[in-house]
Design a protein around this ligand. Structure first.
Ligand SMILES: [Zn+2]
Length: 242
């Protein structure tokens, strides 16, 4: 086994351990998800700063007690995210989905890296909508918002979608199992369908009113725990009023 490795990665979790040391979880398209200790101030060790959501080329070393961080060629520290509550909550949800879903595919890395970049420039709710809808599609737990994933029928132009709690997915009116408690109106459905035909960066150009964006955001956050098979602590303890 190699003692030294280097790869593109992002810090998706950072927890304080002791003596100013931190346990970082890195998400890397080549190394996967891995825990790395970042040593704080010591006489013998050079301190490498790696705040949450830092992206760069990380050099890590295998020691007796696991991986330690040696150096980073920083691409971006995404400082702005941590200075804003809505942005940091969104970033925390994205990391939570990545870590809880335990998927470390290069496709997911590129979706996360794009979303974290976009959080510095675009509205947190809009980025969250696009990240969630693309994430669920990548994870294979979303329909295409064109045809019902349960009965296979193509949706009508003005059809309002219901939700199947068994499948954790938006479905046609006939397949709804929630008595109309989670409805998706036709314009929102069309928006999500169009988003899925684009990459996350392109989909940011889809124009929608702020009120509509907020409704879609709330819908996705309310349905996410029903769609996603793991427990999302960032939603349970999040700031969002759903
Ligand atoms: Zn159906």
């Amino acid at each position: 086994m190699e003692r030294d490795r280097k790869g593109l990665a992002m810090v998706v979790r950072s927890a304080s351990i002791k003596d100013n040391d931190r346990l970082l979880t890195l998400f890397s398209p080549s190394l996967g998800l891995l825990d790395v200790v970042s040593y704080g101030a010591r006489k013998s060790i050079r301190t490498v700063k790696a705040p949450l959501y830092t992206e760069g080329n990380f050099s890590i070393e295998k020691g007796r007690r696991g991986w330690t961080l040696k150096d980073i060629d920083v691409i971006s520290t995404h400082d702005y995210i941590l200075s804003d509550l809505a942005r940091s909550q969104a970033a925390m949800l994205f990391s939570d989905l990545v870590m809880t879903g335990r998927d470390a595919s290069p496709e997911l890395y590129s979706l996360l890296a794009d979303a974290i970049d976009l959080l510095e420039t675009d509205s947190a709710e809009k980025v969250a909508v696009e990240f969630i809808v693309h994430y669920l599609a990548l994870a294979g737990i979303s329909g295409d918002y064109r045809t019902c994933p349960v009965c296979g029928r193509a949706y009508g132009r003005d059809e309002i979608l219901g939700f199947s709690s068994a499948e954790g997915i938006a479905v046609c009116h006939d397949c709804d199992t929630m008595g109309g408690a989670l409805l998706l109106p036709p314009n929102a459905r069309a928006y999500l369908g169009r988003s899925l035909e684009m990459g996350i960066r392109e989909s940011m150009s889809l124009s929608v009113s702020e009120a509509q964006e907020h409704r879609i955001f709330r819908y996705l956050l309310r349905t996410l725990p029903l769609s996603f098979p793991g427990k999302l602590r960032s939603l349970e303890y999040g700031i969002w009023d759903l």
